[in-house]
Design a protein around this ligand. Sequence first.
Ligand SMILES: *[C@@H]1O[C@H](CO)[C@@H](O)[C@H](O)[C@H]1NC(C)=O
Ligand SMILES: *[C@@H]1O[C@H](CO)[C@@H](O)[C@H](O)[C@H]1NC(C)=O
Ligand SMILES: *[C@@H]1O[C@H](CO)[C@@H](O)[C@H](O)[C@H]1NC(C)=O
Length: 450
Amino acid sequence: MNKLSFILTVTFCVCGSSGKYEPNWKSLDTRPLPKWYDDAKIGIFIHWGVFSVPSFGSEWFWSSWKGKSSEYIDYMKHNYPETFTYQEFAKDFKAEFFDANEWANIFADSGARYIVLTSKHHEGYTLWPSKYSYSWNSLDVGPGRDVIDELSKAVRSHNLTFGLYHSLYEWFNPMYGSDKASNFTKQIFVNNKMIPEMMELINNYQPSVLWSDGDWEAPDTYWKSTEFLAWLYNDSPVKDEIVTNDRWGMGTSCKHGDIYSCKDRYNPGTLQKHKWENAMTIDKQSWGFRRNAKLSDFFTIEELLSELASTISCGGNLLMNVGPTKDGIIAPIFQERLQQMGQWLKINGEAIYGTKPWIVQNDTLTSAVWYTSKDSVFYAISLKWPKDNILSLKSPLKFFRNVKTVVNLLGNEEDGILKWTIDNDAVNIRFPDMAKVKSKWAYVLKIVPN
Ligand SMILES: *[C@@H]1O[C@H](CO)[C@@H](O)[C@H](O)[C@H]1NC(C)=O
Ligand SMILES: *[C@@H]1O[C@H](CO)[C@@H](O)[C@H](O)[C@H]1NC(C)=O
Ligand SMILES: *[C@@H]1O[C@H](CO)[C@@H](O)[C@H](O)[C@H]1NC(C)=O
């Protein structure tokens, strides 16, 4: 170990005498973020479970129905017998067209570098044959398959990183209910269900992401979050590469954990000090599949690229969600958006993967330009084709004081560097003929100061 890395270790790891993380936030928060995550930039979130059977409203179907939301009560009254239970939906979760390799192909073509699948949502149904979820898992009822085993293998064989979402609470689990009734002074659910199940999940499938959720009703001490994370970071089979988010109990969000997800669809629009993630969904209304979604409910590719550019520019990662159908299909509308993202990244990916935020994030002249950087090179991502083929930028002006600064447009089939001039306190960059540019929807300038 050289001197520098010794200093870094001492500075960053608030560890016990054993050199291990201690079960408290002061120690856990010193863990460095595994490098793969910041380089990857883009992941795909997958919400799939029994809620994909009614595929109405959202993945919160069960809770909304039992919570007496009239829309759900009416839907059930009109379409199902009065005695019908939510559990009866599970036998129709057949997944008969689910082909993990086909999904992995779609994800790989999108340019995403990691995926995060709902191993268990708030309904409690597990997509693996958990021995702690007897008869309420994908082997015992529904597909008759170990979904996580199949998808993890396919995704990894496509050189993508595999991750899992996991809900701490389960709406209607009676053990959880009795703990809650005790104001969380009892921990029957945590000790007998949640912790052993979460360890089984980590040990069996070795995910590189554990995306925690459903934490907010109880304090982190109830969930034993710091004890679990100390095991995860010190002794689990994924201790070196695992990345966790910040949902580990009331008040932990945006404060603790490897990355901050703060709230759903978090995209602050300004540079953040701590690594964060914009978890958003291509269907703006729901994470789970909805049969009655309208075309206008889906992000357009232009809107998605705006999310991508603003997120990466401000130091975040983008986690785009798709909701597969109960039959195991990724609907063509999701496929199209993912494919378009992949087409754009094939041309412009060097402005995204492995980049760092630049000295400013968006240009002060136009809100439609976002910056990223790699070493001394920086990129301007323009969400629009500029008027009269001239893009005026203010923020990078000082880098154009030297006449040798070189500007290229990625995917420009017309040879050569772009011409630029300075006037009115802005640099005016002349774009090529639009017909010569392979990129669609958003355009990236690569700027090499000299
Ligand atoms: C796998 O993906 C990483 C980026 O995540 C890349 O650097 C590497 O070259 C890829 N390997 C193969 C064999 O495609
Ligand atoms: C429940 O516990 C919290 C502390 O965890 C306390 O602040 C609150 O007053 C308790 N509520 C009741 C009804 O006992
Ligand atoms: C862009 O930058 C300006 C300040 O230069 C700021 O006011 C604005 O909110 C930023 N964000 C967006 C999304 O335009």
